[in-house]
Design a protein around this ligand. Sequence first.
Ligand code: BES
Ligand code: MN
Ligand code: ZN
Length: 479
Amino acid sequence: MQIRVPNQPLRSVEADLAVLGIPGEDALEATLRAADPDHADDWLAAARAEEFKAKAGTALALPSFGRWKAPRILLVGTGEGSAQDLRLAAGKAGFEARNRGASTVALALGELDEAAATEVIVAFGTGNYRFDRYKAEDQRKAAAGTLLLVGGPDGDPAVARAILAGVTLARDLVNEPAAEIYPETLAARAEELAGDGLTVEVWDADRIREAGMGGITAVGQGSAKPARFIHMTWKPEGEPRARLALVGKGVTFDAGGLSLKPSSGMQTMRCDMAGGAAVIGAMRAIRDLRPDVEVHGIVGAVENMNAADSYKLGDILHMYNGKRVEIHNTDAEGRLVLADCLAYASELGVDAVVDAATLTGACVVALGDHYSGLFTDDDALAGKLEAAAEAAGEYLWRMPLPDWYKEQLKAEWGDIKNVGSRWGGAITAALFLREFVDGPAWAHVDIAGPAFLEKPWRHFAAGGTGALVPTLVRWITGA
Ligand code: BES
Ligand code: MN
Ligand code: ZN
C-alpha cells in the first residue's frame, strides 16, 4: 500500500472513496461546513436522517453526486480523538473501503502528528485486510493500493509500513490452511525474509534430534510433515544497545496427538502457529526498521498429530536443557516445543527473551477473546511490554506466577510433568516454561484468545489477527 500526504482539501482529492472523520455528534455541522461549505446542509440533513451519531468507529456512506472528486464519501466517527478512537475510525475506514473494493482512499481524520499517523495507517491497513485468496475471483474485493492521508505529517511513515507488513504476514501465515503452512513451508517463508542484515538458519528434524531437542522431536514425530527449527537473527552494524530474543510456538496444526481433541476444538487449530507467525512478522518489521539492537527470532515448528509414531502418555522426554519431562497429556504440546526453544535462547547471551504462544484454553477462559496473558517475574520487563502494548493498542494483562503452584507439576518418574490440574492451567503452563529459561529475563505471552477470531470483530476480519506483532516491534525498536 502506497501512502502519500496530499495538500488539497479532502473534497478535491482524486480517490475512489473520501473518508471524513467527525469528532462526535456535536462537531458534525462544523466539520461538514469546513469540509464542503457549499453543500454542508445536504450532508448534514443526510447524516441526521440516518441518525448518524459519529461515535468512534461508526460510519455512514453517502454518494458525492459529483460534488467531490471521489464518487463516494464515508463519514466516520473519531470520538474524542484519543489514539484508540483514531484506530477505530481508521480501521472502520479500511474495512469499509475493502467492502467496496476502493483502490485509492483519501482519509481525513484531522491534523495528525507522526505517532497518531502511525496508528491511523496501521489500523487502516488492518481493517483493509481480508484473506480471500481462495474465494472465487468475482467474490474478491481489491485491497487499497494507495492511501492519501489528508492532514498527515510529512516524511516517510516507515514505522507504520513495517508494522503493517509484519502484521499482514503473520495473518496470512495463520490463515493459510495447515495443508499449505506446515513446518517446512513455514520455515521457507521465514527464509524468504533473509537479506538486508537478517540471517535465517533452519534445522531439519535430524538436526533437531541430534541437538538433543527432545520436546520438539517428540511432538513432531507423529506427523508426516517433519519438524523444523527456525532461527532468524538481526544484527545491527555497530555494538548493539541490547540483545533480545523472541520465541514463538509454531504448531502448524494441533490435533492434540493421542490425547486427541474433539472436532469442535480442532477446527481452528491451524492457528496454533500464531506465536511463531508473530515472531516471523516481527522479524520482518525489524529487518525493515534496522534497530541498534541484536534480535533473535526463534520458532519451533511442528505438527501435533495422531499416528503410529506419536509420542505417548507416560513417555519421558529428554529436553535440550537436560531436564526430563513426564508426559500426561499429548495436547499440552506447545510448552514442550517452547521449552527447547527457550533453553536454546538461553545460550545466546541475550538480556531478555519473550515468548508468544497460543498456549492454553485456560487463558481464554480467564481473559476472554481479546486480552493476552502476560507472565513474568521481571517487573521491569513487564512494564516495558505493557507500555509497548498500550502504545500499539493491544490488550495485555499481567497474570500471577506463584512459585508454589509448581506443586501441580511434580512428577513421579521424571523431573516435571507437562500438565497440572485443570485449574490455573495458563499459570502452570507458564511455570513449566520458566523451568527452561536460564539467564535472561523472561516473559511469556499467551495469545490463545486474540490470535484468531472465529468471527469478525471491530475492524478485524475473521481469522488471524497478527496479535502481538505491533507490541513486539514497539518493545524492540522503542518506536
Ligand atoms: N493449542 C492449544 C491451546 C489453545 C486452545 C489455543 C484454544 C487456542 C485456542 C494447546 O496446545 C492445548 O491444547 N492446550 C490444552 C492444555 C491442556 C491439555 C493442559 C488446553 O488448553 O486444553
Ligand atoms: Mn494442544
Ligand atoms: Zn497447541
